[in-house]
Each structure stands twice: as C-alpha cells, then as structure tokens.
Design a protein around this ligand. Sequence first.
Ligand code: PLV
Length: 374
Amino acid sequence: MLCNAVLAELDRGQCLQCLLYILSQLAVSSSSSRSDLYPGLKGSCSTALLYSFNMNKIQGFHINSPLSESLPMSRRLGTPVYLKMESSQPSGSFKIRGIGHLVQQLAGPSSKGVICSSGGNAGLATAYAARKLSIPATIIVPSSSPRLVVEKLQDLGAMVKVVGKVWDDAYAEALRLSKSENLVLVPPFDHPLVWEGHTSIIRELKASLPSRPGAVVLSVGGGGLFCGVMQGLDEVGWGDVPVLCMETHGADCLNAAIKAGRLVTLPDITSEAKCLGAKTACSKAFEYSKRPNIISELVTDRQALQAVELFLDEERVLVELACGASLAAVYSGVIQRLQDEGRLPAPLGPLVVIVCGGSSVSLAQLQHLRTVCK
Ligand code: PLV
C-alpha cells in the first residue's frame, strides 16, 4: 500500500526527497510506534499519511510531462528521438517547474505578492503559481512581448506593466518595484531555486527513458533551463551526456560568451525569438558551458520558424519560436552535421529534445512571423 502511494505521488511529480525522508522516518520508527512520529497514521492507511503531510509545500504545480517518441524525427536521424513535452505544462512551458518551486519556497500565503520580469512564459508561470497560492502577481513585460501574452497574463489575474524594449529593461523595473513595494522577486532564469525546480525534468526522464540518452537538446535564453538540466543530469549520474544548447542569431548570449571566453552583454536582441532574448547569460550557465560535453549552436529565425511549422504538421502541437530553435537542431540538420564533424557520436543513442513550449504563439502570430523572420 505504501509503495503504491509513493509511486502515485512520484507520478504526480512529487518531491522525491520529501518522500524518501518520510519513508526513512517510517523505517526508523517501524519497530516502535509510527504514530508517535505521524499521529495521522494511527490505524489509518499510509496514503492518508502522505496526503496529510503539507502537500502544498512539497507538491509542485507542474505535471509529469509526456515523453513520446517522434517517428518522423527518428526516421530523419536514424536514431530514436524522444520529445519531452513541456508544452503540455499548465502554464504552457517548462517554466512552471522552476518558478513554481521558487514561488512556493519564497512566497508564503501572507506574502504581499510576487513580481516577475518576463518575455512571457516566466510571467505566465509566476501568475499561475500566484493564483494557486491566492497571492497577487505583477508581471513586467517588454514592448516586444506580443499582445496575446499580455491578455493571457491578465486572464490569470496578474497586474501587467509594459516597460522597455527588451527583457533586460523589464528586469530593471521589476527589481526596483520588488524593493519599493516589498514584493518577492521572481527571476526567470538566474536563481538556484529555479534550477532546482527544473531538475525534475531529468528525474522524470530517468524514470521513463528506456536507456541513457545519447544527447539532450534544449533552448537557451538566460540559461536557467540549461542549468537545471545540468544539475539534474549530475544528480542522476548522467553528467557526461552531451547537451546541445540551441539559440537563435540575435538572441545568442551564451554562444557569444563561449566565443569570447567570458560573459558578454549583447548590444540588442535582434531575433524574433523574444523569449530567448536575455542580453546576458547567467554566470552558472557560462560555467556549465565550459564542460567538454556541452555544444552551443545557432539557427536563424527562419529555421526556427520552419521547425515550428513542421512540428505543427508532424506532431500537431503549436510551440513558439524559442522552442523552434531546439526543434531546428533536428529539422535543419544540425545534429547530422555535428555527427559528421565528430562532435556527436554516430550512431547516437536516444536523442531527447526538450520541447520547452511557450505561449507567445497563435496562428495569427505565426502569420506575422512569416513576414518578419529572416
Ligand atoms: N523565457 C523567459 C526569458 O525571456 C521568459 O521570460 O519567459 N523556451 C521558452 C519557451 C522560454 O520562454 C524560455 C525563457 C526559454 C526557452 C529559455 O529559458 P532560459 O531563459 O531558462 O534559458 C527572456
């Protein structure tokens, strides 16, 4: 019974550490009286005990996202390609993992509220988490964020302010307001709690992939997803798996830092993939990028857009341009080129693409992107 309850909780994305802790405590107390430690257990089933533990604190707001093999992609590469479908998360992207975790840790029910600067998806995750906790959310977006994102944020009950041209401008305002209004600042990518929250992607992969991945593909904006994936890979003993970091030209702060050998601040964000548009990568991401198993590649906005469209045709899922950068690694031949150059093994084991998702997209937005993406 207890085992089933634990498996069910893990399936629901439950925090493994907390469960192990409870189990270890039960084991310690099994010869004496368990009910001393957990009075709720007295005469009742252990499932009740697990639910009586403060679930709000330990259960994330994210779901254990689907992992499915894409046959068309596998056929293209000659190796199984698995899609980790973060597009199916409640807020539309992987962001809810890290941000949900940070908000749960830092913003209690008595908090005055949370504030986040975002290209869109971090804001949606923040607004979603705040709504769950019944606390106010203020989201600062740059003018480059599409209108549909602002509307979605407002639908979630967030107060939205449009400040500056790119994400970095919005961040400066969020920082200022967090101090003057005494609000909990939610950094979209540069915070250890955000990275810790993102590690759950890898724990889920470890539990469901048939074998160790041949490589993991992900998109990089400020580098929070990358940091969480690296931390997760280390934790499950997959630290040497090649990780392919994808960015678009004009939103390429990590690639530019790697080339310069130091963190750099881009003069401007010229890519249409605005959710990859941080001018400077976080320093932890730069640190990870120095490992020999990390590869950084760029695609054009047009390649990212073509990938979004092909993905919609083949997989029937609409994702935003930021995610198209990762998909383009498969669709635009980046993986095959890296294999030809000897930078990725051939044959390659199962390739995992983190389909990071994103809500800054609609058929109308896609139409607009067709006219502006080069
Ligand atoms: N987007 C952030 C940062 O924007 C935001 O505010 O929403 N894929 C999608 C769909 C994203 O929304 C983001 C980040 C990324 C990938 C990259 O994640 P990161 O920033 O953790 O590398 C400026």
